[in-house]
Design a protein around this ligand. Structure first.
Ligand SMILES: [Zn+2]
Length: 314
């Protein structure tokens, strides 16, 4: 059966993904230090409500509430023993919200374990592989369209995660790193190094998400595009860095500013754009409107170009 996500990616269609999960849940009452994944069991109506708000805002893709859902990352949660069930239910909730508009796709989100892999930390390659295999299997059973490893910063962990996902699921896989040191990840990796290591592993798209600022994200997009790896780009920046006002993290980048940068990312080669931390449904609505205007603009020159080349051939 053809996979709709892959078909759309490979046809060059620009897709809009959703915004933040954690920071929006905090506004909806998620307690400080509570893993968002616990809401899949405790507050499923809130999980559905945020997914639906993003679908209404114009998201073509929504991501499951399972970022911290590996068994390893969940070991301090009250639901530590229910990790596979949480991933399965998270997929079903997103699927339910996606059904309110035709064609909305669900990506199963898998984030870092929170541990460092050997030789930097104690996490073994095999333990990481099995944790991601278990999570990917549960998300796949729950009905997602594709899987996404997001906010990765270390190659060892990403490589183990890719191996685990591929062991458990045949779905397309996106791999996205966070360059939170500017144009390098926490472990010092540049976008070109990530592409060189990850592109040969058979992924549907390579991405950058979260990070530091819209300006550094623009440099990252330029570096990713320059690799000419022939792999679609997935770009989800945060709405700037948080400013703590009491217990609440405030993000200062406006929807209009996010949208202006999203059009620049699309012109620079991004196939999927959206937002990470601090991005609300209002940010996604502005991005969707701006990006669809770019797509219409681009449709006209493409038509006249193909007519020109036809004339030349004829
Ligand atoms: Zn983020």
């Amino acid at each position: 059966m053809p996979n709709t996500f892959l078909e759309r990616l490979n046809s060059g269609t620009v897709m809009v993904s959703d915004g933040a999960t954690g920071t929006n849940y905090q506004k909806m009452g998620l307690g400080l230090g509570v893993p968002p994944e616990e809401w899949v069991i405790d507050e499923p109506h809130n999980v559905l409500a945020l997914h639906r708000a993003f679908v209404e805002a114009g998201s073509d893709i929504i991501l499951t509430c399972s970022f911290g859902g590996t068994r390893i990352r969940m070991r301090d949660s009250k639901y530590a023993e229910r990790a596979p069930e949480i991933n399965f239910r998270a997929a079903q909730l997103a699927r339910q919200a996606a059904s309110q508009r035709d064609g909305v796709l669900v990506g199963g989100s898998l984030g870092p374990t929170g541990q460092l892999c050997e030789p930097y930390g104690e996490l073994t390659h095999d333990a990481a592989v099995s944790a991601y295999a278990e999570q990917a299997a549960a998300l796949t059973d729950g009905g997602v369209d594709f899987l996404i490893l997001e906010t990765f910063f270390a190659l060892e962990e990403a490589v183990a995660a890719i191996e685990g996902v591929k062991r458990a699921s045949a779905l397309p896989l996106v791999v996205s790193f966070s360059y939170d040191q500017g144009t390098r990840t926490m472990m010092g990796l540049r976008p070109s190094q990530v592409v060189a290591a990850i592109a040969p592993l058979g992924v549907a798209a390579i991405g950058a998400n979260c990070g530091k600022s819209l300006d550094t994200m623009e440099q990252i997009v330029a570096e990713l595009s320059a690799q000419r790896a022939g792999i679609p780009l997935w770009i989800k920046p945060n709405a700037g860095l948080p400013r703590m006002v009491g217990d609440v993290a405030e993000y200062d980048i406006s929807p209009e500013m996010m949208a202006a940068y999203a059009t620049r990312f699309v012109r620079a080669g991004a196939s999927v754009v959206g937002g990470c931390c601090g991005s609300t449904p209002a940010h996604v609505a502005a991005i969707a409107q701006a990006v669809k205007a770019v797509a219409r603009e681009d449709a006209l020159p493409t038509l006249s170009l193909s007519e020109t080349s036809h004339d030349l051939r004829g």
